[in-house]
Design a protein around this ligand. Structure first.
Ligand SMILES: [Zn+2]
Length: 322
């Protein structure tokens, strides 16, 4: 006899098998209805999340097609890959990803398209641990344990311009290996993009450097790289870990931190929303702003715009505080 857990695991496996058989069937269909792609077809690569997609676009210009896998408005923490999206990736040579648990859903791509190379773009990035302090759960370790066991590294390293530059360089190296005949073109793009990133970093520095209060509470633990680069202090986050609603005990701790640190504003996020944070802000008479770690929507249509947009929001929120 199977126990409940085994039954449900088996059901999940069966479902996955079915889905991917369907995908394979679709591939076969396409194979017989479409002629083989011509030799002049552009190379194709993919990126898991929008900021990475935009960085790659800046490096490859018009020489390579770039596909964005995560749809705008979705959170990588709660996303599941659909068969149609795997189909779209047919012919892609590389899937660039963040790694560290953020986009493990790319595992399913390799099952169907074993020739796609998956590349994590963190080489040379100084990674920050997903620590209990940053979550604001130090006194609640018993509850946070399970999450932190998988957490290890905080994967949101793209939310720092210095890291964006490292990511762009890692992408460029990989792209040059893929298409060495256009090396000088990619290097020139890279150089131009680096200057834009440097200018953006200065601009953000200017917005955030002289704020009277630099203490923030974010929605989920996405901002330690941003905070470190621009001198902000994260005193807690609303979610104990991405996609997990806070317990009443966790909320009580958070309220204490808000009072102790004289925090004046809270930040929610467009991808992971919650009614509870609205209630918390109302109860405590705090203003509620929205920070966006992913971008790809209006006003945040590039990686640089995304980082600047967040800086403007933080500057507005914190200059209100005394
Ligand atoms: Zn996140």
């Amino acid at each position: 006899m199977m126990n409940k857990k085994e039954q449900s695991e088996r059901a999940t496996k069966t479902k996955r098998c079915l889905i991917f058989s369907m995908v394979v069937a679709l591939f076969l269909c396409l194979d017989c209805s479409k002629p083989q792609s011509s030799a002049s077809a552009r190379l194709k690569v993919a990126a898991t999340i929008f900021p990475l997609y935009d960085i790659i676009r800046n490096v490859v210009g018009d020489k390579i097609e770039v596909i964005e896998i995560l749809p705008p408005g979705a959170s990588p923490h709660t996303f599941d890959l659909r068969p149609q999206q795997v189909l779209q990736l047919r012919g892609a040579r590389i899937v660039f990803r963040i790694g560290h648990g953020l986009d493990d859903w790319t595992d399913a791509i390799v099952e169907v398209l074993p020739d796609v190379k998956r590349v994590v773009v963190d080489k040379g990035v100084r990674l920050i641990e997903a620590g209990a302090e940053e979550h604001g759960v130090s006194e609640e370790e018993g509850h946070g344990h399970e999450a932190h066991r998988h957490a290890g590294v905080n994967p949101h390293y793209w939310l720092s311009i210095s890291n964006g530059k490292i990511v762009a360089r890692n992408v460029a190296e990989e792209i040059i290996r893929l298409d060495p005949s256009n090396e000088s073109y990619y290097r020139a793009n890279m150089k131009a993009y680096e200057s834009k990133l440097d200018a953006a970093k200065q601009e953000i520095d200017g917005l955030l450097r002289n704020l009277p209060n630099k203490k923030i509470i974010t929605f989920h633990d996405a901002w330690p790289y941003y905070a470190e680069e621009f001198g902000l202090e994260i005193v807690g986050s609303f979610e104990p870990f991405p996609g997990k609603q806070p317990t009443p005990r966790y909320l009580a701790e958070l309220q204490k931190k808000i009072q102790e640190n004289n925090v004046k504003a809270l930040f929610s996020e467009p991808q992971l929303s919650s009614e509870t944070i609205v209630a918390l802000a109302n109860d405590m008479g705090l203003k509620l702003y929205v920070l966006d770690p992913e971008g790809g929507s209006e006003g945040r249509e590039s990686y640089i715009e995304l980082l600047k947009h967040n800086a403007e929001i933080i500057a507005e929120a914190l200059s209100d505080g005394k």
